[in-house]
Design a protein around this ligand. Structure first.
Ligand code: PHE
Length: 382
């Protein structure tokens, strides 16, 4: 016996001995007739049982179903046992053959069950594996990378441009004295120009948060005089502002200072135009307007053609076509003196720009308050 149990209706051929037995039954017709009929019945039942069981097994698709199949066909309460109960009605010579066939049927079915269960187990395992599998060939999800704050990027651009022109970076304190922030910059107490800087005063008289990076000019000059100087002074400044879309109470500035023996206004212009070309792209128009700062004389403000509309006029440049870039001028003789330089021998220029403002303009951001709200979407568009 043998064959496949995989598909319903694909029967295992019945044992040839069974067939020859039926043939011999016919030949022996007449002798011991009643008993032969019973034997024949039982053998037919066994044959039928085997067919049924094999068909049913082929349709059992789960381990659970094979258990039910076992209890229906092979268990002590199953169909095979109930057929064998009739063994008692056979004569002693007839029993061995039926017993033998019954055992063979049982063995065949048990084998088939084992095979079926193994196949089902394998299939179930495969299904679990497929459900839980990880496709290692799929492309990975990209890691979200952080980005530098756009002010930091503007600062780094500024450092790169000025250091290439021979400027060094000079650090100066954020907590200043009234003397450095104002007096040494040619603004004695009561000077009306102080109104240009809304100051945070502390409970210690004379101690303030710097309103601009210009006091750093005095620190640098006092450290280097009488040597020539070429420095930029970046850092945070503080003003008592009513915060709005273009004013924060904390912001950055980058101060520039050059002191030497023959420094002229054209040096200032040359350096600043070169900076504008590198920061905003070659050929962008700039203009200088007369202005006033107590610590420079003459004083100017520098504008750049609006980077967003190219000078045509848009909301960012308030339809003027120009963006204010920085304040600058020739260092006032009194400031040179306060720094330790003889103004008859030395001259210099200074400028101060706001990198936050530059970043706003460069990236077309309409509100400076986004800089501190920690919403990463701000940086997705730059
Ligand atoms: N300190 C000035 C300001 O805060 C800018 C400035 C710096 C102007 C240096 C002239 C020279 O507005």
């Amino acid at each position: 016996m043998g064959g496949t149990t995989e598909h319903a209706g694909n029967f295992v051929p019945v044992d040839e001995r069974l067939v020859s037995f039926f043939v011999s039954l016919k030949q022996e017709k007449g002798r011991n007739h009643m008993s032969k009929i019973v034997q024949q019945d039982i053998l037919q039942q066994l044959e039928q049982l085997q067919r049924d069981a094999q068909t049913a097994l082929a349709q059992a698709n789960t381990t659970e179903a094979t258990r039910e199949w076992y209890s229906e066909y092979l268990s002590r309460k199953g169909r095979l046992t109930s057929i064998l109960r009739n063994l008692g009605s056979l004569s002693a010579e007839e029993r061995p053959l039926v017993g033998k066939v019954a055992n063979e049927v049982k063995a065949v079915l048990e084998n088939a069950l084992q095979e079926r269960q193994a196949a089902i187990g394998q299939a179930e395992l495969e299904a679990v594996r497929r459900a839980e599998s990880v496709d290692v060939t799929l492309p990975g999800r990209p890691q979200k990378l952080g980005k530098l704050h756009i002010t930091t990027r503007a600062l780094r651009d500024i450092y790169a441009i000025f250091t290439a022109m021979g400027f060094q970076i000079y650090d100066s304190p954020e907590v200043e004295t009234d003397e450095y922030n104002f007096q040494l910059l040619n603004m004695p107490p009561g000077h009306p120009a102080r109104d240009m800087w809304d100051t945070f005063y502390t409970t210690m008289p004379g101690l303030i948060l710097r309103t601009h990076t210009s006091p750093g000019q005095i620190h640098a000059m006092r450290e280097y005089a009488p040597e020539p100087i070429r420095v930029i002074l970046p850092g945070k400044c503080y003003r008592y502002e009513a915060v709005d879309a273009s004013h924060e109470s904390m912001f950055y500035q980058v101060e520039g200072l050059a002191i030497g023996k023959h420094i002229t206004f054209s040096d200032l212009k040359g350096v600043l135009i070169n900076f504008a070309n590198q920061m905003y792209g070659e050929g962008r128009k700039t203009r200088f307007r007369k202005s006033y700062f107590p610590f420079t004389e003459p004083s100017v403000e520098m504008d750049i053609e609006c980077v967003l509309c190219g000078g045509k006029g848009c909301p960012v440049c308030k339809y003027s076509g120009w963006l204010e870039m920085l304040g600058a001028g020739m260092v006032h003789p009194r400031v040179l003196q306060n720094g330790g330089y003889d103004p008859t021998e030395f001259s210099g220029f200074a400028f101060g720009m706001g990198p936050d403002r530059i970043a706003l303009q460069k990236y077309g951001i309409d509100d400076i308050r986004y800089f501190f709200t920690n919403d990463a979407r701000l940086f997705e568009r730059v």
